[in-house]
Design a protein around this ligand. Structure first.
Ligand code: KOT
Length: 831
C-alpha cells in the first residue's frame, strides 16, 4: 500500500499547511515494496543507488496523487495561469527538497534508519538535474518552487536536454569538460506524456494563397518536422497544497513526416534523419551571458517555444472558443530573450492558422507576453543573422518584418524624421550582415519588461532602453530576485533551520520576514554560541569534502572565504586572485605577518570557448598548488578550487561560509542570487555596490557588510575620463609586484609567461572591469575582515544581523511581486 493517504489535518504548526500523515512503518513498507516490486531487488542486495530509486518512487506515490488533484482543480476551474518559458531550469537534486516540501523528511529519515540506511547518504546518490548554466537557470528553479508553494497555477516550460551543463575536472590545473549524464540510469521524477506530443515545422518556404473573397493568407511549407515529446517533472510546493509541473520537451524525428518526404531515401537515410532530429534536445549550450549564433541553438529555441505555445493553446481551447479571452487566461513570461521566438510563433498561429485579423492577433500578443532582462552586458544581447532566420524560420521573419514596419510608424509619429531613433529602436539592425535584435522584439511586444534588482532595473531604463522608456513610460519595472528558503536554508542547513524553528517559530520557511525575530537578540551570548557552533559544524563538514575532492587539509578555525559563481571577467575572480597573491607575498616577506588563517575557496565553470576565464581557473589552481605546499606560510593561507561546482555542491558551501565574495564591477551584475544564499546562511559579504548587494545593504545595514570599490556612478565617471590601469600599477608597489609575479615561472615552473595573458589583459588590455581601480579598496576591506574576525562576539552578532535581515530576498516575495504587478494572478491552492 502507498505510504500515505494525504489527509489534511485541521490545524498545523506551519502557516496552516496541512501535514501528510505517514508513519515511519508505512514509509519503510513503501520503500521496501519499491525495492521488491519496482526494482526486482531486496534490502540485502540493493546498493545505495537502488535505495535512492526506491525512496523516490515511494515519495512519488504521494506526489502523483497531489499532482492529479492540482491539475483537476486548475483545469476544472479554468484558472488563469502563468507559463514560465525558460531555456534553463537548474533544478539540482529533488529528493531532499520534495521530502521537505511534503513534510516527510523526518519520517523518511526514521524509516531508512530503521532499515539501516542514512537518508543524507541516499540523497547524495542523486545526480544533479543541471539543465542550466548559472543564475538565470537557478532563478527559474527557485521561482517554480515558490509558485507551487504559494498555490499559483503555473507551468514551467523548457528543454529536456539529454546532457545538462558539462561536468568539470582539472588536468594539470586546466579545466576539462565531459558530458553530463544525469539520465544515464533513468530519472524517477519525470513522467513521459505521449498523449501531449507536438509537431514542429522547420525550414522550407512560404506560399501566398489567394482566397475566394479576394484576400490572401500565408502557408508555410516546412522542409522538416520534429516531434516534441513532453516529460513532466512534478513541482511540489511547500506543504504540498499545490503540485505544479515543469514540462520539458524532448525532440524526436517525426515519423509521419519522414515517411512522406524521405521515402525514396530508404531505411538508412531515414535513420540518419532521425539522429539529426534528436540532436535538437541533446545538449545545453554552456555559454553564460554570451549567446552563440549557431543554427542548432536557434532550432532549439524555436522547437521548445513552438511546442510550448501549442500546448498553451491546446489547454486554452479545452474551455474557450473566444480569442479575446486568451489574455485573461494566459500570461507568458519570457526568461530573458532566449524564448522570444514564441512571439512571432503565436502571431503565426493566430493569423495563418486561426485566420484572425493581424491587428486583433497583435493586440492579443501585446497582452500575453512579459519579458525579464537579466543582463546589461552588450555581448549578451541576442542578435540572429537575418540570413539564418530566413533559412530556418522563413515565415517568422516575415512576421517580424511586419511587426517592425508597423512599429517604425509609431517611432516616426513620436520622433518625426529622426532616422537615428529608428535605427536604434528597429528590431532589424541594418548593415552588411543584417540582424534580428531579440531584446527589441521583446520590448516592443511585451506589456511589461522587468529587471531583476532595483539598480539593474534603473539601468535598463537609463542606459539599455532609454528611448523605449520614453515611448512606453510604464512598461519598464523592477522585480528584485529572491531564492527559495526551502532549499537554501531548511534543506541545506538543517542545524541553522532548527535554531530558527526554536527562535522564531517554524513558519519562517513560508514567511522569511519572521527571521527578523532574532535581530533584537543578536548580542545574546547563548544565541551567538549556538549560531557559531552550527557554523563550525558546517565548516568541519565542508573541510571533509575539500579533503575528499582536492586532498587539501584545511582547518575549520580559519576564515572560510568563498567565491562560487560562473567564471566571468566581470565577476572578477581575478581581483580575488590578486589579493590572495598579495597575502602570500606579505607572508613570504614577513614570516610573522599577523593574519587570521584564511581558506580561499572557489567553485566556477568557464564556458569551454572562453579563453581568459579558463586561464583564470588555471592560474588559481597553480597558485593553490604553490601556496598549499609552502611551509613558510605556516598554514595561515590555503587556496582550494573545487572541481565541478554545481547546485548540490553549493548546498554544502553556503552553510559553511564566513565570507561571501560579491565583487563584480558596479553596474554589471544584474542582481546575483548567491549573495542572498550566503547571507541567509550567516556569511558576511565583501561586495561592491552592485545588483542586489545594494538592496541587501539597505536591509542589513551597510555597516554590517564589507562594502568596497567604485559605485555605478563612479565607474561611469572614471570610464568617461579615460581609465588607465597603469596609473594604479605604478602607484601601488604591492599591486605591481603581484602582477609582475604572473610573468615569472614561480607558479608554473619551467613555463614562464604561462600566466602572462592575465596580466596583459589587466594592463595593456585596458582592464575593462576595473580590477586595478578597485584593488586598494578591496584589500582594505579584507584587513577589516581580519580585524573583525578576531572578536568572535562581534562577528557572531554581525552574522546573525545578516541572516535575520534577509526576509526580502525570498523568492516567494519575488513571485508575489510578479503576480501582482505583472501577471495579475490569483491563488488556487487545493484545499
Ligand atoms: C544572459 C544571456 C545569456 C545567457 C545568460 C544570461 C544571464 C544570466 N543573464 N543574467 N544572468 C544572471 O541572472 C541572474 C538571475 O536574474 C542574475 O542574478 C545575475 O546577475 C545574472 O548574471
Amino acid at each position: 500500500k502507498a505510504p500515505a493517504k494525504s489527509t489534511a489535518k485541521k490545524s498545523s504548526a506551519v502557516n496552516k499547511v496541512p501535514e501528510i500523515e505517514c508513519t515511519s512503518k508505512q514509509m519503510q513498507q513503501a520503500i521496501v515494496d519499491r525495492l521488491h516490486k519496482g526494482l526486482g531487488t531486496d534490502a540485502e542486495k540493493a546498493n545505495n543507488k537502488a535505495w535512492w530509486n526506491a525512496t523516490c518512487h515511494a515519495v512519488n506515490e504521494v506526489v502523483f496523487d497531489k499532482l492529479t488533484q492540482t491539475q483537476q482543480n486548475h483545469s476544472g476551474q479554468d484558472t488563469r495561469s502563468v507559463n514560465y518559458l525558460s531555456l534553463e531550469f537548474l533544478m539540482g537534486r529533488l529528493l531532499s527538497n520534495n521530502l521537505h516540501n511534503l513534510q516527510l523528511f523526518k519520517v523518511t529519515e526514521e524509516a531508512l534508519k530503521a532499515l539501516g540506511k542514512d537518508l543524507y547518504e541516499i540523497c547524495d546518490e542523486e545526480p544533479d538535474m543541471a539543465l542550466g548554466n548559472g543564475g538565470l537557470g537557478r532563478l527559474a528553479a527557485c521561482f517554480i518552487d515558490s509558485l507551487a508553494t504559494l498555490g499559483y497555477p503555473a507551468i514551467g516550460y523548457g528543454i529536456h536536454y539529454e546532457h545538462g551543463l558539462f561536468a568539470q575536472s582539472f588536468q594539470d590545473g586546466r579545466q576539462i569538460e565531459r558530458p553530463d549524464t544525469w539520465r544515464e540510469y533513468g530519472n524517477p521524477w519525470e513522467i513521459c506524456r505521449p498523449e501531449s506530443i507536438q509537431h514542429v515545422p522547420l525550414y522550407g518556404y512560404v506560399e501566398t494563397v489567394f482566397d475566394e473573397d479576394g484576400g490572401s493568407h500565408k502557408v508555410w511549407h516546412a522542409g522538416q518536422k520534429l516531434k516534441g515529446v513532453p516529460w513532466d517533472v512534478p513541482i511540489v510546493g511547500y506543504g504540498a497544497k499545490t503540485v505544479n509541473i515543469l514540462r520539458l520537451w524532448e525532440s524526436r524525428a517525426d515519423e509521419a513526416f519522414d515517411w512522406d518526404v524521405f521515402n525514396a531515401g530508404g531505411y538508412v537515410d531515414a535513420q540518419a534523419e532521425k539522429s539529426k532530429a534528436e540532436t535538437v534536445s541533446k545538449v545545453l549550450y554552456p555559454n553564460d551571458e554570451t549567446p552563440e549564433g549557431k543554427e542548432l541553438r536557434l532550432v532549439q529555441q524555436y522547437f521548445f517555444c513552438a511546442c510550448s505555445v501549442k500546448d498553451i493553446l491546446r489547454r486554452f481551447k479545452r474551455h474557450n472558443t473566444d480569442w479575446t479571452k486568451l489574455s485573461d487566461k494566459v500570461a507568458i513570461q519570457l526568461n530573458d530573450t532566449h524564448p522570444t521566438i514564441a512571439i512571432p510563433e503565436l502571431m503565426r498561429i493566430l493569423v495563418d492558422e486561426e485566420r484572425l485579423d493581424w491587428d486583433f492577433a497583435w493586440s492579443i500578443c501585446q497582452k500575453v507576453f512579459a519579458y525579464t532582462n537579466h543582463t546589461l552586458l552588450p555581448e549578451a544581447l541576442e542578435k540572429w543573422s537575418v540570413a539564418l532566420f530566413e533559412k530556418v524560420l522563413p515565415r517568422h521573419l516575415e512576421i517580424i518584418y511586419e511587426i517592425n514596419r508597423q512599429f517604425m510608424e509609431v517611432v516616426e509619429a513620436k520622433w518625426p524624421g529622426d532616422d537615428s531613433k529608428k535605427a536604434k529602436l528597429s528590431i532589424i539592425e541594418e548593415g552588411d550582415d543584417r540582424k534580428v535584435c531579440m531584446a527589441n522584439l521583446c520590448v516592443v511586444t511585451a506589456y511589461k519588461v522587468n529587471g531583476v534588482a532595483a539598480v539593474h532595473s534603473e539601468l535598463v531604463k537609463t542606459d539599455l532602453f532609454p528611448e523605449y522608456h520614453e515611448l512606453f513610460p510604464t512598461k519598464l519595472v523592477n522585480v528584485t530576485n529572491g531564492v527559495t528558503p526551502r532549499r537554501w536554508l531548511k534543506a541545506c542547513n538543517p542545524k541553522l533551520a532548527a535554531l530558527y524553528d526554536d527562535e522564531v517559530g517554524a513558519d519562517w520557511v513560508v514567511n522569511l520576514d519572521k527571521l527578523r525575530g532574532v535581530l533584537p537578540k543578536a548580542k545574546d551570548v547563548a544565541l551567538q554560541k549556538r549560531f557559531m557552533d552550527i557554523k563550525k559544524d558546517n565548516k568541519i563538514e565542508l573541510a571533509k569534502i575539500i579533503k575528499d575532492l582536492t586532498g587539501v587539509e584545511v582547518s575549520a578555525d580559519a576564515i572560510f572565504d568563498i567565491q562560487i559563481k560562473r567564471l566571468h571577467e566581470y565577476k572578477r575572480q581575478q581581483l580575488n586572485m590578486m589579493h590572495i597573491l598579495a597575502l602570500y607575498k606579505r607572508l613570504l616577506d614577513n614570516p610573522d605577518y599577523d593574519m587570521v588563517p584564511r581558506v580561499f575557496i572557489f567553485g566556477a565553470k568557464a564556458a569551454p570557448g572562453y579563453h581568459m576565464a579558463k586561464q583564470i581557473i588555471y592560474a588559481l589552481n597553480k597558485i593553490a598548488d604553490k601556496v598549499n605546499n609552502d611551509e613558510r606560510v605556516k598554514g595561515k593561507l590555503k587556496v582550494v578550487f573545487l572541481p565541478n561546482y554545481r547546485v548540490s555542491l553549493a548546498e554544502k558551501l553556503f552553510p559553511a561560509a564566513d565570507i561571501s565574495e560579491q565583487i563584480s564591477t558596479a553596474g554589471l551584475e544584474a542582481s546575483g542570487t548567491g549573495n542572498m544564499k550566503f547571507a541567509i546562511n550567516g556569511a558576511l559579504t565583501v561586495g561592491t555596490m552592485d545588483g542586489a548587494n545594494i538592496e541587501m545593504a539597505e536591509e542589513i545595514g551597510a555597516e554590517h557588510m564589507f562594502i568596497f570599490g567604485l559605485s555605478v556612478a563612479e565607474v561611469k565617471e572614471l570610464k568617461q575620463q579615460g581609465y588607465n590601469p597603469f596609473d594604479y600599477y605604478y602607484n601601488n608597489p604591492e599591486l605591481k609586484s603581484v602582477l609582475d609575479w604572473l610573468d615569472t615561472d614561480y607558479f608554473t615552473p619551467g613555463h614562464p609567461g604561462a600566466l602572462s595573458d592575465i596580466k596583459r589583459s589587466l594592463l595593456e588590455g585596458g582592464d575593462e572591469y576595473l580590477c586595478l581601480a578597485d584593488y586598494a579598496s578591496y584589500s582594505e576591506a579584507h584587513l577589516k575582515i581580519d580585524a573583525m574576525y578576531r572578536d568572535q562576539a562581534v562577528w557572531a552578532e554581525k552574522a546573525i544581523l545578516n541572516s535575520g535581515a534577509m526576509g526580502k530576498f525570498n523568492s516567494d516575495r519575488s513571485i508575489e511581486d510578479y503576480a501582482s504587478t505583472i501577471w495579475n494572478l490569483t491563488k488556487h491552492p487545493i484545499s
